[in-house]
Ligand binder design. Structure first.
Ligand SMILES: [Zn+2]
Length: 381
């Protein structure tokens, strides 16, 4: 038995030991199965051969990507933490890697590796906004799967992750362009590394934009960093804001919201998390400005596309839906469902909500009845 285990371990190290392919759309799966059945039937080969083009629809499936100049964000359903996949025509970036759930389980193994496999992604860059475990918990699994990805982070030189991949320091002013889409680190500045007291203070803030739309991923920065960011950055406007510090009272100051003026504010936080994220007073601050605020505990995985900046697609159809979630089972059909579903925004007076917005009564009801996504909270400091 031991010899067999050793043999399997040795075989597992071969470069072609595992095979993964992008998850096809449902129609391609059906075509592939039909083609396979046709090929296996006891029919003349001239008829069986008709199954081959059907089978190839599934085998040669390529995940769709944004057109040049456009980009899309997929905020994975990881519970209490951040993890956002950013894709352009030929490049991909992962902003944070979600939380660690236990000694044996983290968002990398359970959510992000299956997700990246389903999209057949080769990440160019992994950004770890800061060292807290709700942002770095899945990093070992992701880095092991993506040996080519460069690491950009504010983690310190002695951090254990540096042994897996040497990190380049996140510093404001670093910018690059992929396929006509601009990326820029806006925070922290070099001086912030000299005297910060909390890791949140050096969260990497990333702005992604083209001429028509922009998204701002704000990590866990707090009020002081927000004020500094607003003071030194003239063009902070963005259509989508990844709400800083998961909607904590420490963050989302009026100055930041007035400078960014997002259409949609996305909170990545665990269902009934012990921190109470997003804080009600923070959510009210967004609603006062007619900003649609959406939380991942009810939306599930969220997808946003620069070509339709006023829309967000939630993986769950409604706030109290009990449907499967991307984080639990990242299979092809579920990924395929992501696109057609439209936003169900949990907001009150926003003029940007779709007609399917729940009413106030529905909201209170669904808040009571909503089902958990099964993710455990990890400290969000
Ligand atoms: Zn956090």
């Amino acid at each position: 038995m031991q010899a067999l285990a050793l043999l399997l371990q040795w075989l597992a190290q071969w470069p072609v030991a595992t095979f993964s392919a992008p998850a096809p759309a449902l129609w391609a799966v059906v075509a592939g199965v039909a083609g396979g059945v046709l090929l296996a039937m006891r029919l003349p080969w001239s008829l069986r051969a008709l199954g081959l083009p059907l089978l190839l629809q599934a085998l040669l499936w390529q995940a769709q990507r944004p057109a040049p100049g456009e980009f899309e964000l997929l905020a994975a359903d990881v519970g209490q933490g951040n993890a956002v996949l950013v894709r352009t025509a030929t490049h991909s970036l992962l902003y944070d890697t979600g939380p660690r759930y236990s000694v044996e389980s983290d968002a990398g193994h359970r959510v992000l590796v299956p997700l990246l496999r389903a999209f057949d992604e080769k990440l160019a860059t992994v950004v770890l906004s800061h060292r807290d475990s709700d942002h770095t918990g899945g990093a070992p699994a992701v880095l092991a799967m993506q040996p080519q990805a460069e690491l950009l982070s504010s983690i310190e030189a002695a951090h254990p992750l540096q042994r897996l991949r040497a990190a380049q320091r996140c510093v404001a002013g670093r910018r690059w362009t992929w396929d006509g889409v601009d990326f820029e680190i806006l925070h922290p500045v070099e001086a912030d590394y000299a005297g910060f007291t909390k890791p949140n203070a050096v969260s990497c803030v990333l702005r992604i934009g083209n001429d028509r739309a922009a998204a701002l991923l704000a990590g866990d920065i707090e009020r002081l960093q927000e004020a500094a960011l607003v003071a030194r950055t003239p063009g902070l406007r963005a259509d989508l804001l990844l709400v800083p510090h998961h909607g904590s009272k420490t963050s989302s100051s009026p100055a930041l919201l007035d400078a960014v003026r997002p259409r949609i504010a996305l909170v990545q936080a665990g269902y009934r998390n012990r921190f109470g994220h997003p804080a009600e007073e923070v959510a009210a601050r967004y609603r006062e400005r007619e900003i649609a605020i959406v939380d991942s505990a009810h939306c599930g995985a969220a997808s946003w596309f620069s070509g339709r900046p006023a829309e967000l697609q939630c993986q769950r159809r409604s706030r109290n839906a009990t449907g499967t979630t991307l984080s639990r089972r990242s299979t092809g059909p579920e990924l395929a469902k992501l696109r057609p579903r439209r936003l169900v925004v949990p907001c009150t007076n926003s003029t940007r909500c779709t007609s399917s917005c729940p009413t106030t009564a529905q909201r209170s009801e669904t808040t009571t009845n909503a089902t958990t996504n099964g993710s455990r909270s990890s400290p969000a400091r």
